[in-house]
Design a protein around this ligand. Sequence first.
Ligand code: JJ1
Length: 383
Amino acid sequence: KFKFWNTQPVPKLEEIVTENTYINTSVAVEKVQQEPYNLPNGMHWNEIDLTDPGELKDLYTFLSLNYVEDNDNMFRFDYSPELLQWILMPPGWQKFWHLGIRIDGSNKLIGFLGAYPAHIQVYEKDVKCIEYNFLCVHQEFRSIGLCPLLIQEIIRRANLKGIFQATFTAGIIIPKPIASCRYWHRSLNPKKLIETRFSSLKPKMTMEKTIEHYNISKAPLQNIIPLQEIHVKSAYKLLMNHLKNYKLYPLFTEAEFKHHLLPRKNVIYSYVLVDEKENVTDLCSFYNLPITVLNHSIHKEIKAAYSYYNVATTISFKDLLHNALIMAKKANFDGFNALDIMKNDPSILKDLKFLMADGFLQYYLYNWKCPDLSRNEIGFVLQ
Ligand code: JJ1
């Protein structure tokens, strides 16, 4: 078990870590392996140019057919092209880290791993990382060792740029998670979610009663408005100040904050409350991650919102999240998903009619070890 991971600078699953430090020391860039890893015959490495509409579409299609599914293979993530650009092209992105594997001749894309820079705080230390995401191998090319090659090649490419740590999340357990979280789900369009079997009718509940149960007011509780350029300085301060409460959080620059939080149509939705001096006092946000419904005659897609960064100071956290649900309903989302991290307490989620979902999310660091974190010590959301 874990034949590949046992060779990597990560703690063993059963290891109890007490220090917060690197595993392998950093090396001079000249000492890093200069040649790419060898791929099986008939395949080659290819950097994908996400500024090229054709290449973006190619990656989108590949992921929409081959990326993560739920444990019953009923649903698959459907990251849109705009969503992929938002995630894979933050400040400091480079094409060198948008790594594809293609078949010689046909040029068919059969593997991908994307990375981008991420500066994170881990306990008392700040760590320069790459964040990697969208590890995906075509369904017909699985179990021939392409995942280890993608990971090693992206790490080599990080090392070549002087970065020796990485962070990522996954639904599965490998050596060794630093934290383990759960997905929770709030129905906004219960009829459609039940018809697709994303959720189910509770015993003794009728469809009408269920629709009534999940009914949500159309008007926000407070005067909440979309985050705009003029709010950036103040909202940035609010978020960074709040994140200091956690043991793992991103150290965004103001430019990164703008990239991640300013609203983008069909991608990222952010709202704020402001005081009389236009200072941002509260912030909530969620992103749009559609889900493909596999093998269904009527419904093809679920429009799902995923909770992002939320900070409440003048209203309760529960009211803030309630406002987020109202704004998501207004924007026609079918459901709202949240991890039980940060202030997303199970008790608050239950009050807002969330149900615990069946998915887990594990947080990982590469070439770093630190004591385990509990869910409410995590202040970091990876899309
Ligand atoms: O969406 C997910 N699960 C759905 C139901 C799926 C149907 C059964 N497998 C869900 N719905 C809520 C109610 C549900 C009804 C049936 C019984 C349980 C409750 O929970 C899950 C999230 O919970 N999604 C996944 O499993 C996708 C993978 C999650 C890992 C993500 C990896 C991220 C990649 C790196 O960034």
